[in-house]
Design a binder for this molecule. Structure first.
Ligand code: GCW
Length: 721
């Protein structure tokens, strides 16, 4: 395979699989036939004859430039259409897979492609070795598919070891030190590669004192993690504190345009790359929720980001600069300030000013990972900037990994959203690299002179970033079914148009292997036993619609934030209503919702391009699920389905709880199913008890609150407290 840790990994993975299922592996080691030797062939029995040319093999994994060309590859090549003149058809991480004449072949330009090809075979399972398969080319949509860990090195007095972590302790850190279980970090790398993730940030974006030092005297700890992640193609990134030149370097200022500050960052980057030559770069949360930033020096976020980008550029590193900048000390009495506006107001004027190695990391919604938000209009406002969309895999506002909430359908909606209507690009295009043909219209707020079209240039996108939901929990994610969110994140980062239901199906196969319990049909297709089919059906019934179920019993119609302040679990309708956080619902005796219209509200609707600026502006045209995000309406306002706002609140809250009860009993019915381990079954059963309790609490508080405010009884006469 040309050597290197990734090639060794592929070899070891194949050997491991052979040892498990029978068969042998032949590895053409570098040095015997040159650096571009074929990688591995798998024979039908353990005693495989020598020589890469020999066989018979069931499976060959080879680099496209391999010499000598394995027979199976040569035979296949004569049957394949040429690569179309592209002599690197698969790129850095892609692969080609096919099966002909009884041999399955994975070809890749680089070892990383072989690794992803191998995991693709794992997904295919026995289908990879059945009937002939035409040649398929798989390439990731983006180069960087990153998970941000909000892990603290030292236990934080309020946030603990992992901020918003619901899966036990950190997989990297424990009580101020590097984890003693680096083998688990290695296993994590393998899990990530199987999902398609190739980058992680190992510390919280809120950088406290101990964490700041990862950039200087604790680089060795980061290097130790990087060593464990590298064999699976996962690169380490660091969250860096903007004030590091002051905090760590003892400089009097962190002004990004100050000469000494720039030199300090350049040296810090140099030292970091000495310790970790393949470091991905830095992630920065600046001027946000108390984190230091360029505003303190009268500088812009472009000045700030570019200083770090310049320091990283000589080493090929990137800065992920977060756009989550807003005033968290707002006066609740002031109804003109709108937190939803903040990201676009701050960043859109800076479009075109960021270096090429800056990726602006934008939360998918304008507020903060609520169960329902519109797509952030900032994603449509920066045609000259590399944009990444950030989603929250950790379930801060969606049940904290005690509730089942499969989030891929939400993320898919975000990725498929077309800010300029059906004619323009989707968010998936924007974050994977839009082309000039995508030609958006400028937003309503800007002069309607068509300039927006010309400004949209082809560039590499910033991809998808997720806030990790993994910890040192036995099941990795606390709730065993929350693993599906981790998996789906990786798959959508690789292929943003993938179908969430199909992704869930893959995850079910990989996790519970229900098809392995079936019989193999003639063409190698795998039939399913009744029990396997029941498991698959049941998991889909529980999980496919679980995000919408959550949405039904949580805050209604997109209004968001009716959660307990601080830990954000469970309902507290007025918990944030009179706080400085900018998250209000404005319920009174007549109505509820936030007026964000241009006509009478904060004007946020004008941050969208047409047609959405007009759709959201109109209470009649606004999609029901976002009505209270954009409008303050009377309780009697009639929705598109003919129901009123108040009746919708009652109905959805009763329905949401019923759906949880139904899912809970479906799960109970899986007790004793062969492919569901007893311990896993018990964990999920307990969590379902809690989910039901909590959903009832949501239902009762929300319904009681709105009944007491409005005085309108439930049309169906159900019990409201
Ligand atoms: O969702 C909020 C969380 C904070 C988090 C912040 C952010 C890391 O409540 O805990 O801080 O967002 O994204 O920076």
């Amino acid at each position: 395979c040309g050597g290197g840790p990734l090639a060794e990994t592929v070899h070891d993975e194949v050997a491991r699989a052979c040892a498990r299922y029978g068969g042998g592996v032949r590895h053409s080691a570098p040095g015997t036939t040159g650096d571009r030797s074929p990688c591995a062939g798998v024979g039908g029995d353990a005693d495989v004859p020598g020589g890469a040319e020999e066989g018979p093999f069931d499976l060959v994994l080879a680099l496209t430039g391999a010499e000598p060309v394995p027979d199976a590859v040569r035979r296949l090549r004569t049957k394949w259409p040429a690569h179309g003149g592209d002599d690197r058809p698969t790129g850095e991480e892609g692969f080609v897979v096919a099966r002909h004449d009884g041999v399955t072949v994975v070809l890749a330009d680089e070892p990383a492609g072989l690794l992803y090809g191998l995991f693709h075979l794992v997904r295919l399972g026995e289908r990879a070795f059945g009937a002939a398969r035409p040649r398929e080319l798989h390439r990731p949509a983006t180069r960087r598919r990153m998970l941000d860990h909000w892990d603290n090195v030292a236990v934080h007095p309020v946030m603990g070891q992992v901020e918003r972590g619901y899966a036990g302790g950190s997989i990297f850190w424990r009580d101020g030190a590097l984890t003693g279980d680096l083998a688990r970090v290695g296993a994590y790398a393998r899990l990530l590669a199987a999902c398609g993730v190739n980058a992680v940030t190992v510390n919280n974006v809120n950088v406290h004192a101990a964490e700041a030092r990862l950039l200087t005297d604790r680089l060795g700890d980061v290097a130790a993690i990087a060593d464990r992640l590298r064999p699976y193609g996962v690169r380490v990134h660091l969250s860096a504190g903007f004030a590091s030149p002051v905090v760590l370097g003892g400089l009097p200022t962190a002004d990004p345009l100050d000469h000494d500050v720039r030199t300090w960052w350049a040296r810090a980057a140099e030292r970091a790359y000495q310790a970790i030559p393949d470091l991905g770069g830095f992630v920065v949360k600046a001027d946000s929720e108390g984190q230091p930033g360029p505003f303190a020096y009268g500088r812009s976020h472009a000045d700030g980001a570019n200083t770090l980008a310049d320091a990283l550029a000589p080493f090929g590193g990137v800065v992920h600069w977060r756009a989550f900048v807003y005033d968290h000390r707002q006066d609740w009495r002031d109804r003109s300030t709108d937190r939803a506006r903040a990201a676009r107001d701050h960043f859109a004027p800076l479009d075109g000013l960021f270096r090429d190695n800056v990726i602006l990391q934008v939360k998918h919604g304008p507020m903060d990972f609520q169960p329902r938000e519109p797509v952030s209009p900032l994603l449509a406002a920066m045609p000259r900037t590399r944009l990444a969309v950030e989603v929250q895999v950790t379930q801060e506002y969606t049940g904290q990994q005690r509730h089942v909430c499969y989030l891929a359908p939400m993320w898919s909606e975000v990725l498929a959203f077309r800010p300029w209507g059906t004619a323009g690009p989707a968010v998936a295009n924007i974050v994977t690299g839009a082309t000039a043909d995508d030609a958006p219209e400028p937003p309503d707020e800007e002069p309607q002179d068509g300039e927006g079209r010309d400004r949209w240039a082809a560039r590499e996108g910033g991809g998808l970033v997720g806030v990790s939901n993994v910890g040192d929990d036995h099941f990795w994610t606390g709730h065993p079914l929350a693993q599906a969110n981790l998996y789906a994140f990786g798959r959508l980062a690789w292929a943003p148009w993938a179908d969430p239901v199909a992704i869930l199906d893959e995850w079910i196969d990989l996790t519970f292997a229900p098809s392995k319990t079936g019989e193999t049909g003639d063409a190698g297709d795998v039939g399913e036993t009744g029990e396997a089919a029941r498991l698959r059906r049941t998991l889909h019934a529980i999980m496919d619609g679980s995000w919408r179920t959550y949405e039904r019993y949580a805050a209604p119609l997109g209004v968001g934030f009716m959660v307990r302040p601080g830990h954000h679990y469970g309902p507290d309708v007025d918990g944030y209503e009179y706080t400085p956080w900018g998250t209000y619902h404005f319920a009174d005796r007549d109505g509820v919702g936030v007026d964000r219209t241009r006509a009478t509200g904060t004007g946020f609707t004008g941050q969208f391009p047409r047609p959405w600026s007009q759709v959201y502006e109109s209470a009649e045209r606004c999609p029901d699920e976002l009505l209270l995000f954009f409008h303050h309406v009377p309780y009697g306002h009639v929705l598109h389905d003919g129901s009123t706002v108040i009746q919708h609140i009652y109905d959805t809250h009763f329905a949401g709880v019923e759906q949880v009860a139904e899912a809970r009993s479906l799960w109970a019915g899986l007790a004793g199913a062969g492919s569901v381990p007893a311990g896993l079954h018990a964990r999920v059963r307990e969590l379902f008890d809690e989910q039901l309790r909590c959903a009832e609490e949501w239902r009762d508080q929300i319904n009681a609150y709105f009944f007491r405010k409005s005085g309108v009884p439930d049309a169906r006469g159900r019990r409201i407290h």
